[in-house]
Ligand binder design. Structure first.
Ligand SMILES: Cc1ncc(COP(=O)(O)O)c(C=O)c1O
Length: 379
């Protein structure tokens, strides 16, 4: 028998709910991916690069044109200069970037502060490096970071803090003062920070993305993770990146080199063209804000209560006036009996009891949202 290194991990909830949606022919608002296509010009660009023979290994750190376009985006949006040669690395999705960053800094026995609810890859990545996850709870309904509890959770063994803004699944944002709090804790205890910013361009109502990159002291101890899957509606292509100071990037690349070595070559070339031409990301926020507003308008009058969605393409809906059932049970019932699949927030929790709320993905065609909302209104 094999002794599992991840004994408590089963099939992810995203796979479970998407399969249940397919089996029951429910509308799938569970897993976070668009049901519409990406820009056909992006597909044409990938095909062109394939036909032109860019089909062999890319450089380990990513092709220069894409790294330069990423560095230019950070200069434009956040006024910071990352060196494309030594501080930007292209990865096979944000997930690989998160894993490599954890593996690069966490030694056996090191403690890593994570906030629940949290994206499901963080804790297993920490555990596979022999680290100890220290979970701090963000609490329903406003999910603010309790900085006093964070300070109390720091010990001499603390090595890394993992943050995520805009936040999956709660659709909340960290503020500039949250970032200041984090910077002072990280400085005082000499911690690294892993900032998952894969939804950086999906932010609503004129609010500003408080990237860790904006904070000069904090950025010197931080890995920032991005994902082209979210930005260009191509979650299946699995291309992302990390920006981090040279010393951190050097250690990051040692891991990346042996996890995937290099990322899909023709896709990198196509993304480099789009990013350098500033395509896609400047209008992404308004594109998804309109979808959020449509979804909210469509479900108004239902018995679901919408929590504020300030960023990401997720919407939490409180169902406590419909049912007392635990969230997993209610999510399964909603899929089987009412034909709408969602994700229970308990899938993102480790220690606090789950609220009666489900996560719905609105990265869907308007007609999909209309159909789903009609079913939700009928409850
Ligand atoms: C918060 C968060 N981080 C990271 C990822 C992974 O990104 P990728 O699909 O590029 O691996 C996701 C994807 O859903 C996510 O929601």
């Amino acid at each position: 028998m094999i002794a599992s290194k991840l004994p408590t991990v089963g099939t992810t909830i995203f796979t479970v709910m998407s399969k249940l949606a397919a089996d029951t022919e429910a509308i799938n608002l569970s897993q976070g991916f668009p049901d519409f296509d990406c820009d056909p010009a992006l597909v044409d660009a990938v095909a062109r690069h394939m036909r032109e023979g860019r089909n062999q290994y890319a450089p380990m750190q990513g092709i220069a044109a894409l790294r330069e376009a990423i560095a230019a985006k950070y200069a434009e949006l956040y006024g910071v200069s990352y060196d494309a040669g030594s501080e930007v690395t292209v990865t096979s999705g944000g997930t690989e970037a998160l894993f490599d960053a954890v593996a690069a800094v966490v030694h056996p026995g090191d403690e890593v502060i994570v906030f629940e609810p949290c994206y499901d890859s963080y804790v297993p990545a920490v555990e596979l490096s022999g680290g100890v996850p220290v979970v701090v709870s963000l609490r329903y309904p406003d999910y603010r970071v309790p900085w006093n509890e964070v300070r109390a959770a720091v010990t001499p063994r603390t090595r890394l803090v993992i943050i995520n803004s805009p936040h999956n699944p709660t659709a909340t944002l960290l503020s500039a003062s949250d970032i200041d709090e984090l910077a002072s804790i990280a400085d005082r205890s000499d911690l690294f920070v892993l900032s998952d910013e894969v939804y950086e361009h999906i932010i609503f109502d004129g609010e500003r993305h408080e990237s860790v990159a904006r904070h000069e002291r904090l950025r010197r101890r931080s890995f920032i993770v991005g994902s082209f899957g979210k930005t260009y509606h191509v979650t299946g292509w699995k291309v992302g990146y990390v920006v981090a100071p040279a010393a951190l990037s050097a250690e990051f690349r040692k891991v990346h080199q042996f996890v995937t070595f290099a990322t899909n070559t023709p896709v990198q070339h196509a993304l480099a063209e789009f990013l350098a031409a500033r395509r896609g990301y400047p209008e992404l926020a308004s594109f998804y804000e309109r979808k959020r507003d449509l979804f909210l308008e469509l479900i108004s009058g239902s018995r679901f209560k919408a929590l504020p969605s300030r960023g990401t393409y997720f919407q939490l809906l409180d169902y406590s006036s419909i049912s007392e059932a635990p969230d997993m049970e209610f999510a399964v019932r909603l899929t089987r009996e009412h034909g709408v699949a969602s994700i229970p927030t308990s899938a993102f929790l480790y220690k606090q009891p789950p609220p009666r709320a489900l996560r719905f993905c609105f990265a869907k065609k308007d007609e999909t949202l209309r159909l789903a909302a009609a079913r939700l209104r009928a409850l």
